[in-house]
Design a protein around this ligand. Structure first.
Ligand code: SF4
Length: 224
C-alpha cells in the first residue's frame, strides 16, 4: 500500500521557489532562528558539540562503499527531490537484498525527537523519488548512546516533515530572521554568540542598543 494513503494531496514543488537543504530541517525544528542564521545569513560557529559532531562524521562522510556479506552500505550519498524541492546528502544508506533502501542518520549526541527523525524522513522522500521505491523505515544512530533507533517513515512523520519544509522555504524566500527563543535550547547552541538570544528576545533593549550604535560621533574640533 502507498505510504501516502488517505486523502493526502501532493503538489509538485514550484521550481521558481528555493530548494530546501535537508540539513535545514533539523535546524528549523530545533529553532527557526538557528535555521535562518545558518541558511539565510550563512553564519557558522564551532562549539564543543559541532567539533564532536564533525569528528564523529568523518568516517561516515568519507563516501566509501562498504560491502558486508548481507548488506551494501553507501556513505555520503547525494539526495534530491524535484517533487518536494529538497537537496542534501545522506550519512548512510544500507542496501539489503530484496528490501528497499534503508537510510541511517548519525547523531553525535542523544536522540532528540523529532528533529533528526524529520531529517531522516526527508532523506527517505528523496530516495523514494530517485529510485522509484517505497520506504517504510530508517534509523537514527546515536553515538552518545551507542544505540540505533528504528524510525517508521509513516504518514504522520511525512506530513510533519513536509510542513516544516514549507515553512523553511518561506523563510528562505522572505530572508527573515525570526525572534530568539531564549530558553533551554540556547546554552548548547553553537550560534549563541552570533545570536545573542538574551538581547534579541527583548526588542526594547535591542532598539536601545541599535540607537547607540548609529549615534554620530562628536566632531573632533567641537570642544576647541
Ligand atoms: S541561541 Fe537560542 S535563539 Fe539563538 S539560534 Fe541558538 S537556539 Fe535559537
Amino acid at each position: 500500500m502507498s505510504p501516502w494513503s488517505g486523502n493526502v494531496t501532493l503538489p509538485w514543488h514550484e521550481p521558481t521557489l528555493p530548494d530546501v537543504p535537508i540539513s535545514a530541517i533539523e535546524h528549523f525544528s530545533y529553532c527557526p532562528r538557528q535555521c535562518a542564521l545558518i541558511h539565510v545569513e550563512q553564519t557558522f560557529e564551532e562549539n564543543v558539540y559541532t567539533v564532536r559532531g564533525r569528528l564523529a562524521h568523518q568516517r561516515v562522510d568519507s563516501g566509501e562503499t562498504e560491502n558486508r556479506p548481507d548488506v551494501q552500505t553507501l556513505r555520503n550519498l547525494s539526495l534530491w527531490s524535484e517533487r518536494f524541492g529538497l537537496r542534501g546528502r545522506s550519512d548512510l544508506v544500507e542496501l539489503h537484498p530484496g528490501r528497499p533502501p534503508f537510510p541511517v542518520e548519525y547523531k553525535v549526541g542523544r536522540r532528540r525527537p523529532p528533529h533528526a527523525d524529520l531529517q531522516l524522513c526527508a532523506q527517505a522522500l528523496c530516495l523514494e523519488e530517485m529510485l522509484d521505491v517505497e520506504i517504510s523505515e530508517g534509523a537514527i544512530y546515536s553515538h552518545a548512546e551507542r544505540r540505533r533507533y528504528l524510525i517508521a517513515i509513516d504518514q504522520e512523520l511525512r506530513q510533519q516533515t513536509l510542513g516544516i519544509v514549507k515553512e523553511i522555504r518561506e523563510q528562505l524566500r522572505r530572508q527573515v530572521l525570526p525572534p530568539a527563543i531564549d530558553d533551554e535550547r540556547c546554552p548548547p547552541c553553537s550560534l549563541i554568540h552570533a545570536c545573542l538570544p538574551q538581547v534579541a528576545a527583548q526588542p526594547h533593549r535591542l532598539r536601545g542598543m541599535q540607537g547607540a550604535l548609529f549615534r554620530p560621533l562628536t566632531p573632533l574640533n567641537q570642544d576647541a
